[in-house]
Design a protein around this ligand. Structure first.
Ligand code: BGC
Length: 465
């Protein structure tokens, strides 16, 4: 049989599965590290006697590390390659997990969480990039939503493992057990092939071809893809220069920043990080109730992500986002009102949890995956690396602000007002979505780029004229 007509071999399928699995593991670790702190925090803070301020820093030091990691990853994955970056990330995952589990005091945990943050930041930039460069065209589109799904599964897995260890109260095991998937990731990444696009960008065409030969079913496909890579490499990345000189590109970078600020200020991570505490505020005093409630939050988050995967290409980005923000505004607003009235009856207690779940559904079906999808679609090719680095770093900085202020907000503004503020922000995001966010469904990236660079309004850069 000639190579051009070769059928998809089992080895191709197996290798592609392996490559996707490894990148997915990076998403899983991202989720595990986001989720693990919710269940560990109550035990850890009573054991180490940390006050609210210290708890906020234990939570948000990871996001600080992640912002730095995302910026470093932009540089590192260009200079040393995607595989190298993923290896560094997995080593940091291992060190950070062990370090946090063995920490004697709060300061030491904060340092460990910064290391974990670096790992998460590098993974959150590199894994989707690697996936999009290694996946064939036909599955590239669904990759980002699938990646978000892996994040949510990671969060759920962390909540489940936290709950299992909560019976013995061993927060050290909660944090330490993440070493196992981190070691798996390290071993797996060692066997990953380099990214063909990165190899070609370094002039290593022969190696790029070898990788594609392993992953694609026909040599015809390999040749076509290599040609495409060759073409796209003619466009040199010149993000910073473009940012200084081109106001249209600055608008795209601004839009990426705005999208990520909107995602984080929905208040999602208030719940992801402090769920047991919120269950406590809603009147569920027992630890077991709080821990299982948190597991349900994680499960709802996973399940509702499937709604987004179904809607994103049918309904489009904009209507899904508007509906999502509306649902989130409702969830936060009513929850605030119930807390204001007092959760002194069973009905109010359970109703406030229903509102919390409604909020999670609103996020997972919209802003969760969609913001990442939009951020990867709106940047022009020349400034892509720069634009995505800036928006990913923004995600983590905004994430840190939310994590670092929640307990202070509860203390100074009160429970009800804190949730009302997040409700009001979600109303504002409906308006911003109408005014500024483009619909990019079924539009080619080249078309979006042309519209942007010819000065069309941001909300119209997805228009097919
Ligand atoms: C966000 C994270 C969040 C997660 C929850 C992601 O899209 O960027 O901050 O914790 O969704 O599922």
């Amino acid at each position: 049989m000639s190579t051009a007509t070769r059928q998809p071999g089992r080895s191709h399928a197996r290798l592609t599965f392996f490559v996707c699995f490894m990148a997915a593991l990076a998403g899983l670790l991202f989720g595990l590290d986001i989720g693990v702190i919710a269940g560990a925090l109550p035990f850890l803070s009573s054991d180490l006697q940390s006050d609210n301020r210290q708890q906020e820093w234990i939570v948000s030091s990871m996001m600080f590390g992640a912002a730095v990691g995302a910026v470093a990853a932009g540089w590192m994955s260009a200079k040393r390659g995607r595989k190298f970056s993923l290896l560094i990330s997995s080593v940091l995952f291992i060190i950070g997990s062990l370090w946090s589990a063995l920490s004697p005091n709060v300061e030491s945990i904060i340092i460990a969480r910064i290391l974990l943050g670096l790992a998460v930041g590098i993974a959150s930039y590199t894994a989707p990039l690697y996936l999009s460069e290694i996946a064939s065209e036909s599955i590239r589109g669904s990759m980002i939503s699938m990646y978000q799904l892996m994040i949510t599964i990671g969060i759920l897995a962390a909540y489940l493992s936290d709950t299992a260890f909560s019976y013995s109260g061993s927060w050290r095991w909660m944090l330490g057990v993440i070493t196992i998937p981190a070691v798996l990731m390290f071993i797996g990444v060692l066997f990953l092939p380099g990214s063909p696009r990165w190899l070609a960008a370094r002039g290593r065409y022969h190696e790029a071809q070898k990788v594609l030969n392993m992953l694609r079913s026909s040599s015809e496909q390999v040749r076509k893809e290599l040609d495409e890579i060759h073409e796209s490499l003619k466009i040199k990345q010149s993000g910073w220069a473009l940012f200084k000189n081109n106001p249209n590109f600055r608008r795209a970078v601004f839009l990426g920043v705005l999208l990520q600020v909107m995602q984080q200020f929905t208040g999602i991570n208030v719940i992801m990080y402090y769920a047991p505490k919120i269950f406590g505020i809603a009147g569920f005093a027992s630890t077991t109730n709080q821990m299982w409630g948190t597991v349900i939050v994680g499960l709802v988050n996973v399940l509702a992500t499937f709604i987004a995967i179904g809607l994103v290409d049918r309904w489009g980005r904009k209507p899904t986002l508007k509906l999502g923000f509306l649902v989130m505004a409702l969830g936060m607003g009513v929850l605030g009102t119930l807390l204001h009235l007092g959760v002194d009856t069973d009905f109010r207690k359970y109703f406030s949890i229903v509102m919390l779940m409604l909020f999670i559904v609103g996020f997972a079906m919209s802003a969760g995956p969609l913001i990442w999808v939009l951020c990867s679609e709106i940047q022009p090719l020349k400034g892509r690396d720069f634009g995505i680095t800036v928006s990913t770093a923004t995600n983590w900085i905004a994430n840190m602000i939310v994590g670092a202020t929640f307990l202070t907000m509860l203390e100074t503004l009160g429970n009800a007002s804190t949730f009302w503020i997040y409700g009001a922000l979600n109303v504002l995001f409906i308006v911003l979505t109408i005014m500024l966010i483009p619909e990019t469904k079924n539009v080619s990236l080249e078309h979006i780029e042309r519209n942007l660079m010819t000065g069309k309004l941001l909300r119209e850069i997805g228009a097919r004229d």
